[in-house]
Design a protein around this ligand. Structure first.
Ligand SMILES: [Zn+2]
Length: 240
């Protein structure tokens, strides 16, 4: 009963918030964006169909990612899929996704990654980059898990829930300089509870933003140590 009442109160508080602080599409400014994604359908579709973006996505080896990965000679992804450069509007969408609770963006990120990845990879186990547990508790969700879950379901592949984890705390990447980012990620991750599911299998690792490549390289090292076969990665954006 109390729970029901609280739900009703919560519903009305949300409605009042919606009236006081209406949601606008971050691109065209139009009110009531599509299903709380902070971008309207038209703007998202014109972004993903922009010839420059289509061309960016289709390039087999994205030069910007290749260049960053040269710093990690042991990292050898078969291919890294990426939706676009970390420029407007993708950068703002990712920030809203991570920090402002726009969890529904996972659906359109995953849908677009699916369009890019389908028929391009063999059967894979889908893994996602973990979060530091405290950070995840504060945020209430792991954004890469949300993308990976939607993507796994679109691709009809298995999501490995606990494939890799952080061994110990480190400073959030956002507070670090470029060289700190590269060095401080080394040996921070380890295999987690369900890791045996990846042994002898192909793996696709999902992350949100490819900045230095340090996080994905560390994930690669751990996944490889778990006996994975071919390893792919999928990210929403890459900083250029
Ligand atoms: Zn719009």
């Amino acid at each position: 009963m109390v729970k029901k009442l609280l739900k009703i109160i919560y519903f009305f508080i949300c409605k009042i918030f919606e009236i006081l602080f209406p949601l606008n599409c971050i691109v065209c400014g139009k009110l009531q964006p599509w299903n709380e994604k902070c971008i309207c359908r038209q703007c998202w579709e014109s972004y993903v169909n922009d010839p420059e973006i289509v061309n960016f996505q289709k390039r087999l080896s994205l030069p910007v990612i290749q260049k960053k990965l040269r710093k990690f000679p042991e990292t050898d992804f078969v291919r890294v899929f990426c939706l676009g450069p970390y420029d407007f509007p993708l950068n703002d969408l990712v920030k809203n996704f991570k920090y402002n609770g726009f969890k529904n963006l996972a659906e359109i990120f995953a849908e677009q990654l699916y369009q890019l990845i389908k028929n391009q990879i063999p059967q894979c186990k889908i893994l996602y980059v973990p979060m530091i547990p405290k950070q995840q508790r504060d945020r209430g969700y792991n954004q890469t898990f949300l993308i990976a879950r939607n993507l796994a379901s679109a691709l009809s592949m298995d999501l490995v829930n606990r494939g890799i984890k952080f061994k110990y705390k480190h400073k959030p990447q956002v507070d670090c300089s470029y060289s700190q980012r590269i060095n401080q990620m080394k040996n921070t991750m380890a295999l987690s509870g369900d890791w045996e599911q990846i042994t002898g299998k192909n793996v696709l690792v999902v992350d949100d933003v490819f900045t230095t490549g340090a996080t994905l390289s560390e994930a690669y090292r751990v996944v490889k140590s778990g006996g994975a076969n071919q390893i792919y990665a999928a990210v929403v954006a890459v900083t250029v």
